[in-house]
Design a protein around this ligand. Structure first.
Ligand code: SER
Length: 344
């Protein structure tokens, strides 16, 4: 029986991950979130803890109760929200991660074995200075353009380094080896699009928002220019990527931080597919110049060849398949859209 801790369980990735983990036998999911979990997700968990990752007493009590094999630390404030509350973002994104890493070290000492720590990072760690350089940079590798311009990107980049420190250099000056063993693995996600949920507080949110608005026949003023281009992936692939990285044999991994991506349409190309599925979609492009600047600093594409080589990462959904086989049927079902009623 494996015991898995998922923080940020109520978030978009949390929902997808818990649903997928619940399909596996011999696995107990302990979910932690600031807010009450939705009933259908709750039912999939062995225990649900409602509380704050900044509450170290709470973390200690959770840690004293269970022996974790793997921790998926998903809790975070996304990029737009983090710009509005930078101090809170730093607390949750950085101090919260530090708390979880400390918990993992404590667990490792008590259990006398390595604890896996999976950390979703982001394309927000990259920061291209202007559109020309963004265009010229093309597919960005893990070590390139690490000059983020958002609080969220800075937090994610630093926490990747924290994780590496905990995995490789923790308390390196101690005379006696007190260090716990953490098997830290980070995955830099592109923008994520789910058919089931809409993200809150991100800056890549224009893509999922456009789709979900169209499916509900609501007008959508898109906050970026039509030619805006960054990488995306659909939620089922994001979950498979996390599970794939978790399952990869340690000896095959050549790094602790990996890019992963699936496709990189412009906002206009996303609108094309949305309109094809929902011909009456009312999308206008009304760029919010400040949010636009954030997206313009993210690469047009990322190079995930290391993930493909080291742990056989390969997305199941390209752009077209994502819309045809996952997103459009998913949102139609969710909002009970029948083509004959709404669009013929
Ligand atoms: N989806 C994130 C955001 O928009 C980027 O990783 O903040």
């Amino acid at each position: 029986m494996k015991t898995i801790l998922v923080t940020g369980a109520n978030g978009e990735i949390g929902h997808g991950l818990i649903s997928r983990l619940a399909e596996q036998p011999n696995l107990r999911i302990i979910a932690l979130d600031l807010h009450e979990l939705e009933e259908n997700i709750k039912a999939k968990c062995y225990r649900v803890v409602t509380g704050d990752i900044l509450d170290t007493a709470l973390l200690e009590s959770v840690s004293a109760t269970y022996n974790f094999d793997t921790i998926y630390h998903l809790a975070a404030l996304l990029s737009t929200k983090a710009e509005r509350q930078p101090v809170l973002a730093h607390k949750v994104n950085v101090d919260g991660t530090l708390n979880l890493l400390e918990m993992a070290v404590g667990q490792s000492r008590v259990q006398g074995r390595e604890i896996k720590f999976l950390y979703p990072s982001s394309i927000a760690v990259y920061g291209l200075p202007d559109l020309q350089k963004k265009e010229r940079a093309g597919k960005v590798k893990e070590h390139e353009w690490l000059t983020p311009r958002t609080m969220y990107g800075i937090n994610k980049l630093y926490c990747e380094q924290l994780g590496i420190y905990y995995a490789q250099h923790y308390r390196q000056l101690d005379a006696e080896a007190v260090r716990g063993h953490i098997d830290f693995r980070a995955l830099r996600f592109p923008g994520l699009i789910s058919a089931v949920t809409v993200p809150t507080g991100g800056t890549s949110d224009y893509a999922p928002e456009m789709l979900h608005a169209a499916a509900q026949a609501k007008p959508y003023p898109c906050f970026v220019r039509e030619d805006t281009r960054i990488s995306f992936m659909v939620m089922p692939d994001a979950i498979e990527a996390l599970l794939g990285l978790e399952a990869a044999p340690r000896e095959r991994l050549t790094r602790l931080v990996y890019n992963a991506t699936a496709f990189n349409p412009s906002a206009g190309e996303i609108y094309e597919l949305v309109r094809r599925a929902f011909p009456k979609a009312q999308v206008t492009f009304v760029p919010d110049l400040k949010r636009q600047k954030i997206v313009d600093s993210w690469p047009t594409d990322i190079d995930d060849s290391a993930a493909r080589a080291d742990w056989d990462w390969k997305p199941a959904y390209d752009f077209k398949r994502a819309f045809e086989e996952y997103l459009v049927p998913g949102v139609k079902q969710q909002y009970a859209v029948t083509d004959s009623v709404q669009y013929n």
